[in-house]
Design a protein around this ligand. Structure first.
Ligand SMILES: [Zn+2]
Length: 315
Protein backbone atom coordinates (compact mmCIF):
# COMPACT_ATOMS: atom_id res chain seq x y z
CA UNK A 1 0.00 0.00 0.00
CA UNK A 2 1.33 3.38 -0.90
CA UNK A 3 0.53 6.34 1.24
CA UNK A 4 0.30 9.84 -0.10
CA UNK A 5 3.58 11.58 -0.13
CA UNK A 6 2.91 15.22 0.51
CA UNK A 7 4.91 17.48 -1.68
CA UNK A 8 5.48 21.13 -1.05
CA UNK A 9 5.90 22.81 -4.34
CA UNK A 10 7.92 25.95 -4.07
CA UNK A 11 8.49 28.49 -6.75
CA UNK A 12 10.67 27.05 -9.41
CA UNK A 13 11.70 27.96 -12.85
CA UNK A 14 9.54 26.67 -15.62
CA UNK A 15 11.39 23.93 -17.41
CA UNK A 16 11.42 23.12 -21.03
CA UNK A 17 9.23 20.12 -21.30
CA UNK A 18 9.72 17.21 -23.59
CA UNK A 19 6.92 16.87 -26.06
CA UNK A 20 4.50 14.12 -25.23
CA UNK A 21 3.27 12.07 -28.09
CA UNK A 22 -0.03 10.27 -27.81
CA UNK A 23 0.15 6.55 -27.37
CA UNK A 24 -1.79 4.75 -30.02
CA UNK A 25 -1.65 1.31 -28.46
CA UNK A 26 -5.08 1.27 -26.97
CA UNK A 27 -7.33 -1.68 -27.43
CA UNK A 28 -10.32 -3.15 -25.62
CA UNK A 29 -8.91 -5.51 -23.04
CA UNK A 30 -6.76 -7.41 -25.43
CA UNK A 31 -3.01 -7.32 -25.46
CA UNK A 32 -1.63 -6.45 -28.87
CA UNK A 33 0.83 -8.98 -30.30
CA UNK A 34 3.81 -9.08 -27.94
CA UNK A 35 7.26 -8.05 -29.11
CA UNK A 36 8.84 -10.38 -26.58
CA UNK A 37 8.06 -13.84 -25.29
CA UNK A 38 8.14 -14.75 -21.63
CA UNK A 39 7.67 -12.67 -18.52
CA UNK A 40 6.62 -9.05 -18.88
CA UNK A 41 4.49 -6.42 -17.20
CA UNK A 42 1.25 -5.63 -18.98
CA UNK A 43 -0.06 -2.18 -18.20
CA UNK A 44 -3.86 -2.15 -18.13
CA UNK A 45 -5.69 1.17 -18.03
CA UNK A 46 -9.12 0.90 -16.44
CA UNK A 47 -12.01 3.33 -16.50
CA UNK A 48 -14.62 2.64 -13.83
CA UNK A 49 -18.08 4.00 -13.08
CA UNK A 50 -16.61 7.15 -11.51
CA UNK A 51 -13.96 7.72 -14.15
CA UNK A 52 -12.81 11.32 -14.50
CA UNK A 53 -12.16 10.97 -18.22
CA UNK A 54 -8.50 11.83 -17.77
CA UNK A 55 -7.44 9.52 -20.64
CA UNK A 56 -3.95 9.07 -19.26
CA UNK A 57 -3.58 5.98 -21.47
CA UNK A 58 -3.94 7.89 -24.71
CA UNK A 59 -2.60 11.32 -23.78
CA UNK A 60 0.91 10.03 -23.09
CA UNK A 61 0.87 10.21 -19.27
CA UNK A 62 1.01 6.46 -18.62
CA UNK A 63 3.79 6.11 -21.15
CA UNK A 64 5.67 8.92 -19.40
CA UNK A 65 5.30 7.32 -15.95
CA UNK A 66 6.68 4.04 -17.25
CA UNK A 67 9.57 5.89 -18.92
CA UNK A 68 10.28 7.61 -15.58
CA UNK A 69 10.29 4.24 -13.81
CA UNK A 70 12.67 2.70 -16.33
CA UNK A 71 15.16 5.54 -16.30
CA UNK A 72 15.10 5.78 -12.49
CA UNK A 73 15.69 2.03 -12.14
CA UNK A 74 18.48 2.23 -14.67
CA UNK A 75 20.32 4.85 -12.63
CA UNK A 76 19.76 2.90 -9.41
CA UNK A 77 20.43 -0.66 -10.53
CA UNK A 78 21.66 -0.53 -14.10
CA UNK A 79 18.62 -2.58 -15.06
CA UNK A 80 15.14 -2.06 -16.42
CA UNK A 81 11.97 -4.06 -15.95
CA UNK A 82 10.30 -5.77 -18.90
CA UNK A 83 7.15 -4.03 -20.03
CA UNK A 84 4.87 -5.43 -22.69
CA UNK A 85 5.45 -3.59 -25.93
CA UNK A 86 3.92 -3.78 -29.37
CA UNK A 87 6.14 -2.61 -32.22
CA UNK A 88 8.42 -0.91 -29.72
CA UNK A 89 5.61 1.06 -28.06
CA UNK A 90 4.27 0.40 -24.57
CA UNK A 91 1.21 -1.83 -24.99
CA UNK A 92 -1.54 -0.43 -22.79
CA UNK A 93 -4.59 -2.67 -22.67
CA UNK A 94 -7.86 -0.93 -21.84
CA UNK A 95 -10.74 -2.15 -19.73
CA UNK A 96 -14.05 -0.52 -18.90
CA UNK A 97 -15.37 -1.68 -15.53
CA UNK A 98 -19.08 -1.15 -14.84
CA UNK A 99 -18.77 -0.55 -11.09
CA UNK A 100 -15.96 0.87 -8.97
CA UNK A 101 -12.85 -0.94 -7.82
CA UNK A 102 -12.06 -1.57 -4.16
CA UNK A 103 -9.56 -3.86 -2.49
CA UNK A 104 -12.38 -6.40 -2.14
CA UNK A 105 -13.22 -6.73 -5.82
CA UNK A 106 -9.93 -5.96 -7.58
CA UNK A 107 -9.61 -9.58 -8.71
CA UNK A 108 -12.49 -8.86 -11.11
CA UNK A 109 -9.97 -6.97 -13.20
CA UNK A 110 -7.63 -9.95 -13.32
CA UNK A 111 -10.58 -12.09 -14.39
CA UNK A 112 -11.57 -9.66 -17.12
CA UNK A 113 -8.05 -9.45 -18.47
CA UNK A 114 -7.66 -13.23 -18.49
CA UNK A 115 -10.98 -13.65 -20.30
CA UNK A 116 -9.77 -11.37 -23.07
CA UNK A 117 -6.30 -12.93 -23.21
CA UNK A 118 -6.63 -16.66 -22.46
CA UNK A 119 -3.65 -17.61 -24.59
CA UNK A 120 -1.06 -15.18 -23.27
CA UNK A 121 -1.74 -14.02 -19.72
CA UNK A 122 0.40 -16.67 -18.05
CA UNK A 123 3.77 -14.94 -18.23
CA UNK A 124 2.38 -11.55 -17.32
CA UNK A 125 2.38 -9.36 -14.29
CA UNK A 126 -0.61 -7.02 -14.53
CA UNK A 127 -0.23 -3.36 -13.56
CA UNK A 128 -3.69 -1.83 -13.38
CA UNK A 129 -3.76 1.95 -13.55
CA UNK A 130 -7.25 3.06 -12.73
CA UNK A 131 -9.10 6.22 -13.62
CA UNK A 132 -11.55 6.41 -10.74
CA UNK A 133 -12.70 9.39 -8.74
CA UNK A 134 -14.54 7.53 -6.00
CA UNK A 135 -12.17 6.75 -3.16
CA UNK A 136 -13.06 4.53 -0.25
CA UNK A 137 -9.70 3.55 1.10
CA UNK A 138 -8.50 6.70 2.81
CA UNK A 139 -5.02 8.09 2.37
CA UNK A 140 -3.59 5.66 -0.11
CA UNK A 141 -2.81 5.80 -3.82
CA UNK A 142 -2.55 2.11 -4.64
CA UNK A 143 -2.24 -1.40 -3.34
CA UNK A 144 -1.08 -4.85 -4.35
CA UNK A 145 -1.14 -8.31 -2.86
CA UNK A 146 2.40 -9.29 -1.91
CA UNK A 147 3.66 -11.81 -4.48
CA UNK A 148 0.24 -11.66 -6.15
CA UNK A 149 1.32 -10.88 -9.69
CA UNK A 150 -0.86 -7.78 -10.07
CA UNK A 151 -1.04 -4.26 -8.69
CA UNK A 152 -3.48 -1.39 -8.56
CA UNK A 153 -2.65 2.32 -8.79
CA UNK A 154 -5.19 5.11 -8.45
CA UNK A 155 -3.67 8.26 -9.92
CA UNK A 156 -6.93 10.21 -9.75
CA UNK A 157 -7.31 9.97 -6.02
CA UNK A 158 -6.61 13.09 -4.04
CA UNK A 159 -2.92 14.12 -4.07
CA UNK A 160 -1.86 10.97 -5.90
CA UNK A 161 -0.64 12.67 -9.07
CA UNK A 162 1.47 15.69 -9.79
CA UNK A 163 -1.32 17.31 -11.73
CA UNK A 164 0.39 19.48 -14.26
CA UNK A 165 3.55 18.96 -16.21
CA UNK A 166 5.56 21.52 -14.22
CA UNK A 167 4.70 19.75 -10.99
CA UNK A 168 5.58 16.39 -12.49
CA UNK A 169 8.97 17.58 -13.72
CA UNK A 170 9.64 19.25 -10.37
CA UNK A 171 8.88 16.01 -8.56
CA UNK A 172 11.14 14.01 -10.88
CA UNK A 173 14.00 16.44 -10.33
CA UNK A 174 13.50 16.68 -6.59
CA UNK A 175 12.65 13.11 -5.63
CA UNK A 176 13.57 11.05 -8.67
CA UNK A 177 10.03 10.01 -9.54
CA UNK A 178 6.68 11.75 -9.81
CA UNK A 179 3.97 10.65 -7.36
CA UNK A 180 2.16 8.39 -9.80
CA UNK A 181 5.32 6.71 -11.10
CA UNK A 182 6.43 6.17 -7.50
CA UNK A 183 3.11 4.55 -6.62
CA UNK A 184 3.07 2.36 -9.72
CA UNK A 185 6.59 1.06 -9.11
CA UNK A 186 6.06 0.62 -5.36
CA UNK A 187 2.97 -1.50 -6.06
CA UNK A 188 4.63 -3.49 -8.85
CA UNK A 189 7.46 -4.41 -6.47
CA UNK A 190 4.85 -5.58 -3.92
CA UNK A 191 3.34 -7.76 -6.63
CA UNK A 192 6.76 -9.38 -7.10
CA UNK A 193 6.93 -10.21 -3.40
CA UNK A 194 8.63 -7.20 -1.79
CA UNK A 195 7.12 -6.06 1.49
CA UNK A 196 7.78 -2.75 3.21
CA UNK A 197 11.40 -1.98 3.98
CA UNK A 198 12.05 -0.11 7.19
CA UNK A 199 15.38 0.39 8.83
CA UNK A 200 17.31 3.45 9.81
CA UNK A 201 19.03 3.58 6.41
CA UNK A 202 15.80 3.58 4.41
CA UNK A 203 13.96 6.69 5.53
CA UNK A 204 13.36 7.86 1.96
CA UNK A 205 13.13 4.48 0.31
CA UNK A 206 10.72 3.53 -2.44
CA UNK A 207 9.48 0.62 -0.32
CA UNK A 208 8.95 2.60 2.87
CA UNK A 209 5.40 1.88 3.98
CA UNK A 210 2.93 1.63 6.79
CA UNK A 211 2.07 0.24 9.25
CA UNK A 212 5.46 -1.52 9.44
CA UNK A 213 7.71 1.54 9.36
CA UNK A 214 5.67 3.59 11.83
CA UNK A 215 5.68 0.56 14.11
CA UNK A 216 9.46 0.47 13.85
CA UNK A 217 9.57 4.16 14.72
CA UNK A 218 10.88 5.16 11.31
CA UNK A 219 9.22 8.13 9.67
CA UNK A 220 9.38 8.77 5.95
CA UNK A 221 11.75 11.54 5.02
CA UNK A 222 9.95 13.27 2.19
CA UNK A 223 12.54 15.94 1.55
CA UNK A 224 15.18 13.65 0.10
CA UNK A 225 15.56 11.79 -3.13
CA UNK A 226 13.98 8.36 -3.20
CA UNK A 227 16.36 5.46 -2.67
CA UNK A 228 16.23 1.96 -4.12
CA UNK A 229 17.35 -0.32 -1.28
CA UNK A 230 20.46 1.70 -0.47
CA UNK A 231 21.76 -0.89 1.99
CA UNK A 232 21.33 -3.75 -0.46
CA UNK A 233 19.86 -5.86 2.32
CA UNK A 234 16.13 -5.47 1.90
CA UNK A 235 15.00 -6.29 -1.65
CA UNK A 236 17.83 -5.69 -4.10
CA UNK A 237 20.89 -7.70 -3.14
CA UNK A 238 19.20 -9.05 -0.02
CA UNK A 239 15.73 -10.28 0.89
CA UNK A 240 14.91 -8.88 4.33
CA UNK A 241 11.76 -7.35 2.86
CA UNK A 242 10.59 -10.65 1.36
CA UNK A 243 12.44 -11.25 -1.89
CA UNK A 244 15.68 -10.29 -3.57
CA UNK A 245 14.55 -8.80 -6.88
CA UNK A 246 18.02 -9.35 -8.28
CA UNK A 247 17.37 -13.09 -8.31
CA UNK A 248 14.10 -12.87 -10.22
CA UNK A 249 14.03 -13.17 -13.99
CA UNK A 250 12.14 -9.92 -14.44
CA UNK A 251 14.83 -7.73 -15.99
CA UNK A 252 15.29 -6.75 -19.60
CA UNK A 253 18.94 -7.85 -19.57
CA UNK A 254 17.80 -11.45 -19.01
CA UNK A 255 19.47 -11.74 -15.59
CA UNK A 256 18.03 -13.64 -12.64
CA UNK A 257 17.44 -17.34 -12.12
CA UNK A 258 14.00 -17.51 -10.60
CA UNK A 259 11.01 -17.43 -12.89
CA UNK A 260 8.14 -15.29 -11.67
CA UNK A 261 4.87 -17.08 -12.26
CA UNK A 262 1.27 -15.95 -12.01
CA UNK A 263 -0.05 -17.54 -8.79
CA UNK A 264 -2.22 -20.55 -9.55
CA UNK A 265 -5.09 -19.28 -7.41
CA UNK A 266 -5.29 -16.27 -9.69
CA UNK A 267 -5.68 -18.26 -12.85
CA UNK A 268 -9.41 -17.83 -13.09
CA UNK A 269 -9.64 -18.60 -16.76
CA UNK A 270 -8.10 -21.91 -17.80
CA UNK A 271 -5.00 -20.91 -19.70
CA UNK A 272 -5.06 -21.82 -23.36
CA UNK A 273 -1.59 -22.84 -24.35
CA UNK A 274 -0.63 -22.65 -27.95
CA UNK A 275 1.28 -25.89 -28.33
CA UNK A 276 4.13 -25.84 -30.75
CA UNK A 277 5.66 -29.14 -29.70
CA UNK A 278 2.66 -31.41 -29.80
CA UNK A 279 3.54 -35.06 -29.44
CA UNK A 280 0.04 -36.47 -29.16
CA UNK A 281 -1.18 -38.10 -32.33
CA UNK A 282 -4.54 -36.97 -33.59
CA UNK A 283 -6.99 -39.83 -33.98
CA UNK A 284 -6.81 -41.19 -37.47
CA UNK A 285 -9.91 -40.55 -39.45
CA UNK A 286 -11.16 -42.89 -42.13
CA UNK A 287 -13.24 -42.13 -45.15
CA UNK A 288 -15.74 -44.56 -46.49
CA UNK A 289 -17.98 -44.40 -49.51
CA UNK A 290 -21.62 -45.10 -48.95
CA UNK A 291 -24.15 -45.76 -51.66
CA UNK A 292 -27.91 -45.80 -51.90
CA UNK A 293 -29.12 -46.41 -55.40
CA UNK A 294 -27.48 -43.76 -57.51
CA UNK A 295 -26.58 -41.47 -54.62
CA UNK A 296 -23.16 -41.84 -53.09
CA UNK A 297 -21.78 -40.13 -50.00
CA UNK A 298 -18.37 -39.88 -48.46
CA UNK A 299 -18.32 -40.15 -44.70
CA UNK A 300 -15.21 -39.18 -42.79
CA UNK A 301 -14.92 -40.02 -39.10
CA UNK A 302 -12.86 -41.97 -36.60
CA UNK A 303 -15.35 -44.82 -36.90
CA UNK A 304 -17.31 -43.97 -40.04
CA UNK A 305 -20.74 -45.49 -40.46
CA UNK A 306 -23.06 -45.19 -43.38
CA UNK A 307 -26.33 -43.32 -42.87
CA UNK A 308 -29.54 -45.34 -42.67
CA UNK A 309 -30.40 -46.91 -45.98
CA UNK A 310 -26.87 -46.47 -47.35
CA UNK A 311 -24.49 -49.31 -47.82
CA UNK A 312 -20.76 -49.21 -47.49
CA UNK A 313 -19.23 -49.34 -50.88
CA UNK A 314 -16.32 -51.65 -51.28
CA UNK A 315 -13.20 -50.15 -52.66
ZN1 LIG B 1 3.16 -0.50 0.17
Amino acid sequence: MRFIRSILVFTFAALILPSVSANASQDPGTSLPDDKKGHQIQVVYVETQSSTGSKYHTNGRVKQWIAEIQSWLKTKSGKELIFDTHQGQLDIAYLKYEGNIYMENDEDLVRMYQKFNPTNYLGKNLAFIIDQKLSTQGDICGWAPIDGGYSVSMPNWLNCTNDDEEERVFAVETFGLSSSAETILHEILHSYGVGHACDSTTTSDLMHGEPECAAAGIAFNDSEKLTFDKSGLNYYGGNKAGVDLKTLRIWSDGSGNTEFAVPEELQFVPPVTTTTTTTTVAPTKKTINCKKGKISKKITAKNPKCPKGFKKKAR
